[in-house]
Ligand binder design. Structure first.
Ligand SMILES: NC(=O)c1ccc[n+]([C@@H]2O[C@H](COP(=O)([O-])OP(=O)(O)OC[C@H]3O[C@@H](n4cnc5c(N)ncnc54)[C@H](OP(=O)(O)O)[C@@H]3O)[C@@H](O)[C@H]2O)c1
Length: 254
């Protein structure tokens, strides 16, 4: 049984907590948070504390707090043995600022407050400072997911960058599509089959092969007409830049 203390009461901590409590290999000993209010969802089934000096002994301390607070929160875990890890994609392992052995347990998925995500299919990218700790962290990750990858800090930052492009930016483009639909009095629902088909396609073809649209076809007249429909300059800039990026990718200049 791997004993775990979770530090942080946000989305990642809640998802990890639910998965750990359903695993027979993990025992969550305690959840630390800085407010009683946010510890409430945990407190009926596990010990909780807001006091750093009350943090109990464990095999692994998992810091799931905002990236900028990882270093400060790592410093409150004092005089403990075991492994300390954070869950951030873009934060180096050495942001963990204490004398314990360090590691990273990065779940490559987007987590929301009111949407349950099954962790079994979520890729966990793991790394440890010392090879002797790797097996323990791998065992923990495999207890909640079937997809565990050894990824070092440098690779993880590149992966996080790629994830920002495919996840955050594409979602922002959905948002822009939604605002355009709203202005034209059209339901965004009408675009959903297209979005799902585009996402589904990458299971069988590469993103390079999957590209369609006027920029790939070099349909100059259509591009100009669509661009002319945009009134906000930032939307125009995004349209022009993405069009240029697609043209460059397929080596076709207007
Ligand atoms: N959300 C995702 O989709 C996702 C995916 C993969 C990895 N991650 C990583 O997982 C980590 C947590 O993200 P999240 O989405 O769970 O964040 P979140 O939902 O925004 O929650 C942030 C948590 O950090 C706590 N916190 C911030 N500063 C603190 C401090 N000084 N002391 C104690 N607690 C502090 C907050 O406490 P209060 O509630 O008291 O403010 C809150 O519990 C981050 O490193 C993030 O990069 C997130």
């Amino acid at each position: 049984m791997i004993k775990v203390v979770l530090l942080g009461t946000g989305r990642v901590s809640k998802h990890l907590f639910d998965a750990f409590t359903s695993s027979k290999d993990i025992e969550v000993k305690q959840v630390y948070g800085r407010s009683y209010k946010n510890l409430k969802p945990f407190s009926s089934s596990v010990k909780t504390t807001t006091q750093p000096h009350e943090i109990v002994a464990a095999d692994i301390y998992i810091i799931a707090v905002s990236d900028d607070s990882i270093s400060a929160v790592s410093q409150i875990v004092k005089n403990k043995k075991g492994l300390i890890v954070h869950t951030s994609g873009s934060t180096p392992m050495n942001a963990l600022n204490n004398s314990m052995n360090k590691g990273v347990l990065y779940p490559l998925q987007t987590f929301s407050d009111h949407r349950k995500t099954e962790l079994k299919e979520v890729p966990f990218c793991i790394e440890t400072e010392f090879s002797k700790d790797y097996d323990l962290l791998e065992q923990l990750a495999f207890s909640i997911s079937t997809k565990v990858y050894r990824i070092d800090s440098e690779q993880r930052q590149q992966l996080h960058l790629a994830a920002v492009f495919v996840n955050n930016f594409s979602n922002h483009l959905y948002y822009l599509g939604d605002t355009i639909c709203n202005k034209a009095n059209i339901s965004f629902d009408i675009l959903k089959p297209l979005i799902l088909e585009t996402a589904g396609k990458i299971e069988t073809v590469t993103p390079f092969e999957a590209q369609t649209g006027p920029a790939r076809r070099q349909d100059r007249g259509t591009i100009k007409r669509l661009e002319g429909l945009l009134s906000e300059s930032i939307q125009k800039d995004i349209f022009t830049l993405l069009t240029k990026s697609i043209e460059n990718t397929y080596d076709q200049k207007l």
